[in-house]
Design a protein around this ligand. Structure first.
Ligand code: SF4
Ligand code: SF4
Length: 512
């Protein structure tokens, strides 16, 4: 079968953290009641922030455009429910910097009414591929696995690239999270429908759905759905069951396991003929094309021993974490921290009045027993982090260069290849907060890069200024010389005229 390896490969490194999926894997997806207020950030995706197209006081339908995409890599943002825009202001969001972001604050009218003009397409496979991509673009669909890369870009491969395989990432390798597993169990036909639309947009005939073997119900549901749909299309879709390994859900690692091919450093999956989309993204594409519904909600796993009622909830984008916690019965007294996302790559929240965004797959309420933070010791050069790194980096050295601000050394260490999976920190016996150092190092290198570019720009500007001044001086000199020459020529021509007309000269003298 083409590009897919006959035997599954294993990627370098990886770890086996405890799964904790039993807390929520039995929880069917439930809708969350409308909150009193929604806080919708204009920047929820990779790329340029969307630009507001609404103003305070506007009333909106569910699905109306709030922010237009700005530039090539950007995504639109839509109203998650019907209601009134009561403010457009900076609001705290779930970001490591703790910074605020421009958000539209919506007061729901309680009707949750879609814009009646939003219409789907009856037969999406009859559309031109470019029309499918436009529908996905206009619906603001982004990668729902956490990367939030605008999906239409990954459905529009460059003309000189051939896509051999659509790889659906249904791995959900982060501990605790079960939202993708529940989606596959409960809506397998929708997943297949989304995959067929994506295959059509990519003009590709082969698709693999990669699922780890700790989700037997999801595997069975998807296998049944694939078998039921097999006769309806020439495209080959199959489920590939993978052994559990973290971070197998990382794009490049999943590609290596399924195809046996490595995506070279600084290259993209498309460079080896593969496009990867998350399984929930497939359903969002289906909803956008078949119903004309923009991406305004997502399924979130709310779990951890610190929450009273674990759940999988379909949440409107912009719902605040506080409201979700209250809906799930509140926090237990021994709560230690609340994390947005999974425990390996998620973000510990400083405050819980932040909104759910498109890339948020989980809210974890962790007790002290689940997330004890041990004191950092000095690195003992044991090499465990090197063995665990799926990218074959040297985490201990990178952390040292970042900690001691040796930015020249750090820039040579391929830090930007680090996917911040946390495998190295997970195995470190000295509890070195390696990912923390990498995030700091990346920011430091980016700011150094910006400073260098600024310096280069200043040098370039001053050089241009000097050149301009020199040109102006030259021009002045030239004009002065020209003027002199003109005056000399005038004087000379005056004298010659006098010589040719002595009477005039004598007349002049007489008059004088
Ligand atoms: S966080 Fe970075 S350095 Fe550490 S294991 Fe993951 S990719 Fe490697
Ligand atoms: S695992 Fe920790 S202690 Fe061991 S080499 Fe890496 S950073 Fe040092």
């Amino acid at each position: 079968m083409g590009i897919v390896a006959s035997v599954l490969k294993k990627f370098h490194g990886g770890v086996h953290p405890p799964g904790h999926k039993d807390l929520s894997e039995h929880c069917a997806i439930e809708p969350m009641p409308l909150p009193k207020r929604l806080v919708v950030p204009f920047h929820q995706h990779l790329g340029a922030p969307s630009e507001p197209v609404v103003k305070v006081g506007d009333t909106v339908f569910k699905g109306d455009l709030l922010g237009g995409a700005a530039g090539g890599i950007s995504a639109t943002v839509h109203a998650p429910t019907s209601g009134t825009i009561v403010a457009i202001e900076e609001h705290v969001v779930g970001h490591p910097s703790g910074l605020t972001m421009l958000c539209a604050i919506i007061e729901p009218d309680g009707k949750d009414q879609w814009n009646p003009q939003l219409k789907g397409v009856d037969n999406p496979l009859s559309l031109e591929p470019v029309a499918v991509r436009d529908l996905v673009k206009n619906a603001g669909v982004v990668g729902l696995g956490g990367a939030t890369f605008p999906s239409f870009v990954k459905l529009s491969p460059p003309r000189d690239k051939v896509v051999d395989l659509l790889l659906i990432n249904a791995v959900e390798c982060e501990p605790y999270l079960t939202c993708d597993a529940r989606l596959m169990e409960e809506r397998p036909k929708d997943v297949i429908e989304g995959i067929r639309i994506m295959l059509h947009a990519l003009q590709t005939k082969e698709c693999v759905i990669g699922i780890e073997d700790n989700k037997p119900k999801a595997i069975a549901a998807m296998q049944n759905a694939v078998a039921a749909e097999a006769s309806q299309s020439a495209a080959a879709i199959r489920v590939v069951v993978l052994p559990v390994m973290y971070p197998q859900g990382s794009e490049k690692q999943l590609i290596e396991v399924v195809t046996g091919r490595q995506v070279p450093s600084r290259k993209l999956p498309i460079d080896i003929g593969v496009i990867v989309h998350n399984v929930a993204t497939a359903v969002a594409v289906r909803d956008a094309v078949c119903f004309g519904h923009p991406l305004v909600s997502r399924i979130v796993t709310v779990t951890g021993k610190g929450i009273n009622r674990p759940a999988n909830i379909e949440v409107l984008i912009g719902t605040q974490v506080d409201d979700i916690i209250a809906h799930c019965g509140g926090l237990k007294p021994d709560i230690h921290k609340v994390v947005m996302g999974g425990p390996m790559m998620g973000l510990a929240l400083h405050q819980t009045n932040v909104p759910v965004v498109k890339g948020c797959s989980g809210i974890l309420a962790l007790t002290r027993g689940e997330s004890s933070e041990k004191p950092e010791h000095s690195c003992i050069r044991c090499g465990s982090c090197v063995n665990a790194c799926p990218i074959q980096l040297v985490p201990c050295s990178m952390a040292w260069f970042a900690k001691t601000e040796q930015l020249d050394q750090l820039s040579k260490a391929d830090l930007f290849d680090c996917i911040e999976c946390g495998s190295c920190a997970y195995v470190c016996p000295a509890n070195v907060p390696l990912v923390h150092y990498f995030r700091y190092g990346k920011l430091a290198l980016q700011s150094k890069d910006r400073e260098e570019k600024k310096r280069e720009l200043t040098i370039q500007r001053s050089k241009l200024r000097e050149e301009r001044l020199a040109r102006e001086k030259e021009e002045k000199e030239r004009k002065k010389e020209e003027m002199k020459a003109k005056m000399a020529a005038k004087k000379k021509s005056g004298k010659e005229a006098d010589k040719q007309n002595p009477a005039a000269e004598s007349g002049n003298e007489a008059q004088a």
